[in-house]
Design a protein around this ligand. Structure first.
Ligand SMILES: Cc1ncc(C[n+]2csc(CCOP(=O)(O)OP(=O)(O)O)c2C)c(N)n1
Ligand code: SF4
Ligand SMILES: [Mg+2]
Length: 290
């Protein structure tokens, strides 16, 4: 559903980590001076996915697990928009997992922001793909989105942030937004965003987060190094946060899929489809089928 109404007050529980994400989106958009009409926010289904209702921007409430498909459609329809897809860990890593993996490969220039609270918040706290063993009877190992994304050899931007550190989160979001505005491809950020009602992990995550940029050998242009650092950090019982992949200068350039498909920057939303402007093409098309 495309939203045109004025923003409303957040409906989140007081203290929900998603407030930190909302504040970071506002600050980053202000810092980059993105006017509301240039920003499109595609929300998933879940507490997190309602974020677009609380900002005066172009907003779409997508189907559960399908926000990336819709966000990609928005960017390809109008590549001049800055596009952010925002949803939960259930939305992105369960029903939406197929779209998640393919988004790295498609490499369309948009920011995908996953608010990971290790639970299905909206439906009252069931286990999600990132839940720890023992949470609500969960007996499966938690999924790690960063290790997965580092294993896909496409020059995407990859990061993990924590709602308890809004300053760093805003700085990383600014970098990710710029990356997509420069048509450099897909930018993925997983934000650790505690659900204070069903899985309050604030205290635990404060103790566990490890800034990867402080680790010996940190090099976000080298996937192998970052995979090893993240894996070692996990084995020590810590959660790696920070920028995990930032393509090297050699990989720079306008390589987002929208550039390959629409080199003139004009998507169908802004193209002149009038008969006069396209008479030669229409004639050619009709002749080819008659
Ligand atoms: C197709 C479909 N399946 C299931 C649901 C029920 N449902 C609504 S939200 C949700 C999960 C929300 O969890 P998450 O994506 O982690 O978001 P959170 O609420 O934690 O922010 C589910 C399973 C649905 N709305 N649509
Ligand atoms: S249920 Fe959890 S995720 Fe949903 S608004 Fe409340 S604290 Fe946030
Ligand atoms: Mg969730």
């Amino acid at each position: 559903m495309v939203q045109s109404a004025k923003p409303v007050q957040p409906i989140w529980c007081p203290g929900c980590g998603d407030f930190g994400v909302l504040a970071a989106v506002k600050k980053a958009a202000n810092e980059l001076k993105i006017p509301p009409y240039q920003l499109a926010l595609v929300g998933g289904i879940g507490c997190s996915g309602s974020i677009h209702n609380f900002l005066e921007v172009n907003g779409i409430h997508a189907l559960h697990g399908r926000l990336l498909a819709q966000a990609i459609g928005v960017k390809l329809a109008n590549p001049q928009l800055t596009v952010v897809a925002a949803g939960g860990d259930g939305d992105g890593y369960a029903i939406g997992m197929g779209h998640f993996i393919h988004a790295f490969k498609h490499n369309v220039s948009l920011v995908y922001l996953v608010m990971n609270n290790e639970t299905y918040g909206l439906t009252k706290g069931q286990a999600s793909p990132t839940s720890q063993i023992g949470f609500e009877g969960n007996i499966e190992h938690p999924f790690d989105s960063i290790l997965t994304s580092l294993s896909i050899p496409v020059p995407n931007f990859i990061a993990r942030t924590f709602s308890g550190d809004p300053k760093t989160m805003t700085a990383i979001l600014v970098e990710a937004l710029k990356f997509t505005q420069d048509h450099r491809g897909f930018a993925f950020i997983e934000d650790l965003s505690p659900c204070v009602t069903y899985n309050d992990t604030y205290k635990l995550w404060r103790e566990k987060v490890q800034d990867v940029s402080k680790l010996d050998g940190y090099d976000p242009t080298d996937r192998q190094v970052m995979f090893r650092l993240c894996q070692e950090t996990r084995e020590k019982g810590k959660i790696p946060v920070g920028v995990m992949h930032r393509p090297s200068d050699a990989e720079k350039g306008e390589i987002g899929l929208e550039k390959a498909l629409l080199p003139d920057d004009l998507g169908p939303a802004r193209a002149d489809l009038s008969i006069d402007a396209n008479l030669a093409s229409y004639t050619k098309l009709i002749r080819s089928v008659t």
